[in-house]
Design a protein around this ligand. Structure first.
Ligand SMILES: *Cc1c(COP(=O)(O)O)cnc(C)c1O
Length: 282
């Protein structure tokens, strides 16, 4: 579904992938291929990443749907979350996630995959199978654009860059993104590893942000967006995304299509972190 709103005098079309269903956002797109895959040779699936990850939550829903055991490895569990499991972490636990804590989480996950015959899924589901779901996403966008006679410049903020890479590979419109994990160089490497000839254009955020950074300007644009658009965006990626768009408006030549990549369930824990840090200020 594509909607429209105006924010700070700029018109945005928005693809509401946050409304795809129980299973939503770009993680649903990434896992579309696996929904129909046969896992009967495996005793379950295993992945790794952070304890607040949207991918972790999506994998827990996916495993439940498929009747598979879901193992997940984190390198550290912070004491707030351990005492009060909320958001993605709580939901994943309720879906039956089997949690492991290990310093070198990727290596640990790969070893367990071998010894317990588990199917290994990369952090953030960053792998070739993810492309399948983005072909469908590209078709939805193409059909809408054709029907309304529109040309889009598409923007979506990146973590691993998988979503931007595979959407761009399957559509002729410009696809622009910005890094929310690491810098432009790291993101470019990730993108080129998935698609050598990728045409994704990387924009630079107005300031260097670390992943999950608690910054007042990020919270501010997130709540302004919520008020103006009546849409709740993700509190980690989307504020960096919108600030980057407004700092680079001249990079857009056509109507802007912003992709809402889900992640709302994860807002609970991020919002608590903000409230603890900026008591009385937000
Ligand atoms: C996972 C996620 C991203 C990053 O997606 P990549 O494909 O890793 O670049 C962006 N926004 C939201 C809401 C996400 O959950």
């Amino acid at each position: 579904m594509i909607e429209k709103f105006i924010f700070k005098d700029q018109e945005f079309f928005i693809l509401r992938d946050d409304l795809l269903g129980v299973f939503n956002g770009n993680k649903a797109r990434k896992l579309a291929y696996f929904l129909n895959a046969d896992f009967s040779d495996f005793s379950g699936i295993i992945s790794h990443g952070s304890s607040q990850s949207n991918a972790m939550q999506a994998l827990s829903v996916f495993a439940k749907l498929k009747g598979l055991k879901f193992h997940y490895v984190i390198s550290h569990l912070n004491s707030n979350l351990a005492q009060n499991p909320v958001g993605n972490f709580n939901n994943a636990l309720q879906n039956g996630m089997i949690l492991h804590i290990a310093q070198n989480r990727q290596e640990f996950a790969k070893n367990l995959a071998k010894t317990q015959n588990l199917f290994f899924i990369n952090e953030g589901v960053s792998q070739n199978e993810a492309e399948f779901g983005f072909k469908e996403q590209a078709n939805e966008i193409k059909n809408y654009a054709k029907k309304h006679g529109l040309v889009f410049d598409i923007f979506l903020p990146s973590g691993t860059g998988t979503s931007a890479t595979f959407l761009s590979k399957n559509i002729d419109f410009n696809v622009l993104t910005c890094p929310c994990v690491g810098d432009e160089g790291y993101l470019r490497e990730q993108i080129l590893a998935l698609d050598k000839g990728s045409k994704v254009k990387i924009l630079t955020p107005p300031k260097k942000y670390h992943f999950g950074d608690l910054k007042l300007e990020l919270f501010k644009i997130w709540s302004e967006l919520k008020t103006k658009s009546k849409i709740e965006f993700d509190l980690i990626y989307d504020p960096v995304g919108f600030l980057t768009i407004f700092a680079n408006l001249n990079a857009f030549k056509n109507k802007i299509l912003y992709i809402h990549q889900g992640g709302i369930l994860g807002n609970v824990s991020q919002k608590l972190r903000y409230e603890r840090k900026f008591k009385g200020q937000i």
